[in-house]
Design a protein around this ligand. Structure first.
Ligand code: NDP
Ligand code: PMR
Length: 387
């Protein structure tokens, strides 16, 4: 009964202490290339030139060496919100392969550095860069800083999120968007749009844009039917600027509800991935994907929830719904979506079954509504200053 109450009842209490991310990882450090980013760029350019000139001829010694070097170059992956939970576990899983350099795009620089050290990510395999998704200026600055670093971009993972289930009133981003949708959707929307050209230029073996979704935004599931349910309506609140002053802070124009705002933001994430796929996959060859990594009930996502919820949620998911997954396992799943050749298909919402094998999942009616996705895209680009 207590469990049910904690899992279903909102509370006036809110917890500001961070949930502990207890991640235990197998230490496996592989070969690490020590080439600088500039070296990578130079090499890639030369590979491109040689390829174009010798399209039908047998490979020259130079070309063979360049091709070899090209496959040896590490991929560069940006992971937003890599300072805890899923983002950190994914950064660790990717860095440990020795094949990836992870840009940890985080709002708290020091926390991210400490987190990387605490899970043992080797220094050569990551760089922390500042990114606050609740500020459009910060996002633009991040894109500039990343470009100035000289690294190519091969994969972008839009992972960061906030969840404010106990908030009684809305809070806002620097530009005055309700914080959950502003951070989880609008911030990532601008970031992904700004970095699309960089992704296009990648000549790595794979180039991907991944936006983390969730089961709770999908009303074709039991989890997605726990109230309050996601519903974007006709986007009237979003069209009005989501600012709570001359428009509602909720996408559908309704009263503020923090849990619903999060679930709505996840629907936006899944719609955005599909709209990217429709607009750009054929032209660019970029793989666009979303996923539900499983219920990672121990992460910092629940830091604002009441203590009883945080106590009971992990055993509830472990023993009752059986939807629980550890941070380490979830990190491996997202790392697969980043890197695994068998998950190259674009436009897919990935999920995993109980024996941890991936499958293409079905999205709810709303989360696969192409017309809504197009409208969401157009309204979002106006709000973030792209149109
Ligand atoms: P965490 O709270 O552990 O991680 C969220 C990350 O987002 C943190 O690194 C946090 O930074 C960062 N973040 C929050 N706001 C901003 C901002 N304004 N700018 C930059 N970074 C920000 O949660 P999870 O690991 O659980 O969540 C990761 C993703 O997984 C989310 O997209 C979530 O929706 C999704 N997901 C989670 C599930 C779960 O069961 N936990 C289930 C399904 C999907 P900081 O460390 O500074 O707070
Ligand atoms: Mg849910 C198979 C059942 C299932 C799964 C996989 C989840 C995942 N949840 C399930 C069922 C239920 N949940 C049921 C039956 C209840 C009512 C007791 C329930 C309740 C519940 C609450 C109160 N669940 C929650 C909450 C949250 O606050 C979490 C949330 O909605 O955050 C937005 C949550 C979650 N349940 C999940 C997952 C993955 C979450 C985390 C949120 C997310 O990132 O989507």
């Amino acid at each position: 009964m207590a469990l049910r109450a904690a899992l279903s009842l909102p509370s006036a209490l809110s917890v500001h202490k961070e949930g502990k991310a207890s991640v235990s990882f197998r230490e496996s450090i592989h070969f690490v290339s020590t080439a600088t980013a500039k070296d990578c760029r130079k090499r890639d350019l030369s590979v491109g030139t040689i390829r174009a000139q010798t399209a039908t001829a047998a490979p020259s010694v130079d070309e063979a060496t360049s091709q070899q070097k090209k496959t040896l170059r590490k991929g560069t992956v940006i992971v937003t919100g890599a300072s805890s939970g899923l983002g950190l576990a994914t950064a660790k899983a990717l860095a440990d392969t020795g094949e990836w350099h992870v840009i940890m795009a985080c709002r708290n620089f020091l926390k991210a550095e400490k987190a990387a050290k605490s899970v043992g990510i080797v220094k050569e395999n990551y760089t922390v860069m500042h990114l606050d998704l609740a500020s459009l200026d910060s996002i633009r600055q991040f894109a500039d800083t990343f470009r100035r670093s000289g690294r190519p971009l091969d994969v972008l993972v839009c992972n960061a999120a906030v969840y404010l289930p106990t908030a009684k009133a809305p809070t806002f981003t620097a530009e005055g968007f309700e914080l959950s949708v502003g951070t989880n959707h609008l911030g990532h929307f601008l970031l992904a749009r700004l970095l699309l050209d960089d992704l296009k230029q990648s000549d790595f073996r794979t180039k991907r844009l991944i936006i983390v979704g969730s089961i709770t935004g999908n009303t074709n599931t039991l989890a997605g039917n726990v109230p309050p349910k996601a519903n974007l309506g006709d986007l009237r609140g979003l069209s009005g600027g989501l600012n709570g002053v001359n428009s509602s802070p909720m996408i559908d124009g309704g009263e503020f509800d923090g849990a619903k705002a999060y679930k709505d933001s996840k629907v936006c994430n899944m719609l955005t991935m599909q709209e990217f796929h429709r607009r750009y996959h054929e032209e660019t060859g970029i793989t666009f994907a979303s996923l539900y990594p499983g219920c990672i009930a121990t992460t910092g996502l629940f830091r604002e929830h009441i203590p009883l919820f945080r106590l009971l949620f992990p055993p509830f998911q472990k023993y009752i719904t059986k939807g629980y997954v550890s941070e380490e396992e979830a990190g491996k799943r997202l790392a697969q979506v980043v890197s695994d050749p068998s998950l190259e298909k674009s436009g897919v919402y990935w999920s995993w079954n109980n024996n941890s094998s991936s499958f293409e999942n079905q999205l709810s009616k709303e989360a696969s509504d192409a017309e809504k996705a197009r409208k969401l895209w157009e309204v979002s680009e106006k709000l973030v200053g792209l149109a």
